[in-house]
Design a protein around this ligand. Structure first.
Ligand code: NAD
Ligand code: TDX
Length: 332
């Protein structure tokens, strides 16, 4: 099996590559990544060139994508602009990469008759009330809020249309908020941990009552592998591990684990259009494909992640100042 992983130098993509490298020793992995500010080739250090190759390239570039796709058996499509705050200030890269890039991949897998798995997010479903007993399922209507989530919704719609109109052999997964090693410091958990390591206070948007459904990125990887190997073409699977926590609780937990006063954080301006709550019902993936998450205790997964950032300062330091400069400009 030869797989092409788009966006494999980013957070979830690189964790997926390491996971597959361990779990499927007879597979060959090619990563294609543009190495935007969010991509880092060093995330893929330690892989042997007999089983792994790297292409620096843009998924929006038709010729590059066509050649890379023609050379593999299956594409796992992670590449995206992924940060909501950036999408509110600079939406064009999101429209370009998330929609045009997905279009180019669909055209290439159609031309070369290759299997595609498209990685998406629970944010396409909009948000839930705090007391809503119903979680997101693959039947929940799309209702995205931000330029980021609307371009992901658009990319999902393209995949569905290419399956129906052109019989492209594709599946889709919509996962909840990931945490773990190699996550860019712009994102919630790494930002707070590295603020504390830098001697500053964590930053909570608004009241902090917003709920995210946390999943360790390795459990996302195992869900994607299950879908790739056992999923039904044309189906959408939601991936989540029952990890709902509100942001205030997570910040307090981080402070406590790092030996600080749990009230030692700053309130900053809220994100415009801030989604209130995400929650995933992953029973289809659990029941039909026998998937189950390994990291069921959020606190211990968080402790291990904090430890990773403590031990890998040389990895996150180069991103830190520029990221905080961006936040300063938008008042968050
Ligand atoms: P990330 O921002 O850490 O990584 C994205 C990667 O894509 C980077 O390596 C970047 O260089 C690459 N990339 C961006 N534009 C590209 C282009 N035009 N051509 C080639 N490569 C390009 O993102 P992430 O958090 O790892 O997210 C990966 C995927 O998972 C995305 O599709 C995202 O929507 C989805 N997702 C993320 C989460 C989450 O919690 N982070 C949850 C559910 C789904
Ligand atoms: O400093 C912060 N303070 C804060 O309170 C930051 C960066 C975020 N937040 C809040 C906003 C959200 O409610 O924390 C929550 C999580 O924020 P992000 O890490 O930016 O994630 P979110 O907007 O929920 O989107 C994430 O999950 C779904 C990923 O970034 C997306 O790529 C994925 O699709």
């Amino acid at each position: 099996m030869r797989i092409l992983v788009t966006g494999g130098a980013g957070f979830i993509g690189s964790n997926f590559v390491h996971y597959i490298y361990r779990e499927r020793p007879d597979w060959h992995i090619t990563v294609i990544d543009k190495l935007t500010y969010a991509g880092n080739e060093a995330n893929l250090n330690g892989l042997d060139s007999s089983r792994y190759a790297f292409i620096k390239g843009d998924i929006c570039d038709q010729e590059t994508i066509d050649a890379a796709v023609s050379d593999c058996d299956a594409v796992i499509h992670f590449a995206a602009e992924s940060h909501n705050d950036n999408s509110l200030h600079s939406p064009w890269p999101f429209v370009n990469t998330n929609i045009i890039g997905t279009y180019q991949i669909l055209e290439a897998v159609r031309k070369h008759s290759k299997r595609l798995h498209h990685i998406s997010t629970d944010e396409v479903y909009g948000d839930l009330e705090l007391d809503d007993p119903n979680k997101f399922t693959d039947q929940t209507p799309y209702n995205p809020s931000s330029p980021y989530s609307s371009t992901k919704a658009g990319s999902d719609m393209l995949v569905r249309a290419w399956v129906r109109s052109f019989c492209v052999q594709a599946t889709i997964s919509n996962c909840s908020n990931n945490y773990g090693p190699f996550q860019h410091v712009e994102k919630f958990i790494p930002r707070q941990v590295t603020e504390i390591l830098e001697g500053r206070k964590p930053k909570l948007y608004g009241t902090g009552e917003n709920v995210r459904d946390w999943i360790h990125t390795e459990d996302h990887s195992s869900g994607v592998l299950a879908i790739l190997e056992k999923g039904k073409i044309g189906e959408t699977y939601l991936i989540g591990a029952n990890g709902e926590e509100n942001n205030k609780t997570v910040i307090e937990m981080i402070l406590e684990i790092m030996g600080k006063d749990k009230n030692g954080y700053d309130h900053v301006n809220d994100r415009p259009g801030h989604d209130l709550r995400y929650a995933i019902d992953a029973s289809k993936l659990r029941d039909e494909l026998a998937w189950k998450p390994k990291y069921t205790d959020f606190r211990s997964g968080l402790e291990a992640t904090i430890e990773w950032y403590k031990e890998n300062e040389e990895w996150w330091k180069p991103q830190k100042n520029e990221t905080e400069e961006k936040y300063k400009q938008i008042g968050r």
